[in-house]
Design a protein around this ligand. Structure first.
Ligand code: AMP
Length: 186
C-alpha cells in the first residue's frame, strides 16, 4: 500500500521476484484492458482518467479470478488492491474460504510533497493518462479518504509493515525486504 507515487509498482515487482510469486497489479490489469480496447477497458477508462476508483464489484471480480490461476497457488503479491474497506473485507473472506490469509501488508511511506513531484516526473516518462496535475490531486484525495483507513485495519491485525519510502529505489527495496523477511520468518 502507498499513496499515488509512493513507488508501489516498482517495489511490488521486486518483492514478488524475491519470493518467486506473481505480482498482481489491478492498475496494470485495467491499463492493459484500456490499451486493448476490451469491454472492461471501455468501462473503466474515464473513471481512471478522472482519478476515481473503479467499482468494488468490478475490481473484486478481477482479483478473485486472477487468484484462481495456477501461479497463485504458492503465494501472491497484490499491488493496488485492496483500496477500499469493502475490498479489504472481500479479500479476507475470499482468502478464508480458500484456507489462507495475508502474511504481511507493506505500507510505503513518502512525504506528500515529494509525491506530486514524482508523479509529474512519471507523467513525462510513461505518459499515463491519469498523471495530469488535476487527476493527481484527485487521486491523492481519494487515497486519503478511502484507502488510508485500511492501514488501521491491517495494523489491528498485526500484519502492517511501515516502510520508509524515501531515498533511492534500492534503499527502499532493501528496507522493505528486511521488514518482510522478518515478518514471514525468512
Ligand atoms: P495504480 O496503477 O495502482 O495506481 O492504479 C491506477 C488506477 O486504477 C487507480 O487510480 C484507480 O482508478 C484504478 N484502480 C486500481 N486498483 C484499484 C482498486 N483496487 N480499486 C479501485 N480502482 C482501482
Amino acid at each position: 500500500m502507498g499513496a499515488p507515487g509512493a513507488g508501489k509498482g516498482t517495489q511490488a515487482t521486486a518483492l514478488a521476484g524475491r519470493y518467486g510469486i506473481p505480482a498482481i497489479s489491478t492498475g496494470d490489469i485495467f491499463r492493459s484492458n484500456i490499451k486493448r480496447g476490451t469491454e472492461l477497458g471501455k468501462q473503466v477508462q474515464a473513471i481512471i482518467e478522472a482519478g476515481e476508483y473503479v467499482s468494488d464489484e468490478v475490481t473484486e471480480a478481477i482479483v478473485a479470478n486472477r487468484l484462481e490461476e495456477d501461479d497463485c497457488a504458492g503465494g501472491f503479491l497484490l499491488d493496488g488492491f485492496p483500496r477500499t474497506m469493502n475490498q479489504a473485507h472481500f479479500l479476507d473472506e475470499h482468502l478464508e474460504v480458500a484456507g489462507t490469509g495475508l502474511d504481511a501488508v507493506v505500507s510505503l511511506q513518502v512525504n506528500p510533497d515529494a509525491l506530486v513531484d514524482r508523479l509529474l516526473e512519471r507523467a513525462q516518462v510513461e505518459g499515463r493518462g491519469d498523471d495530469t496535475e488535476d487527476t493527481i490531486r484527485r487521486r491523492m484525495e481519494v487515497y486519503a479518504g478511502q484507502t488510508a483507513p485500511l492501514l488501521f485495519y491491517y495494523e489491528s491485525q498485526g500484519i502492517l509493515l511501515d516502510v520508509d519510502g524515501t531515498g533511492s529505489v534500492e534503499e527502499v527495496r532493501e528496507r522493505m525486504f528486511a521488514a518482510v523477511d522478518h515478518q514471514v520468518g525468512n
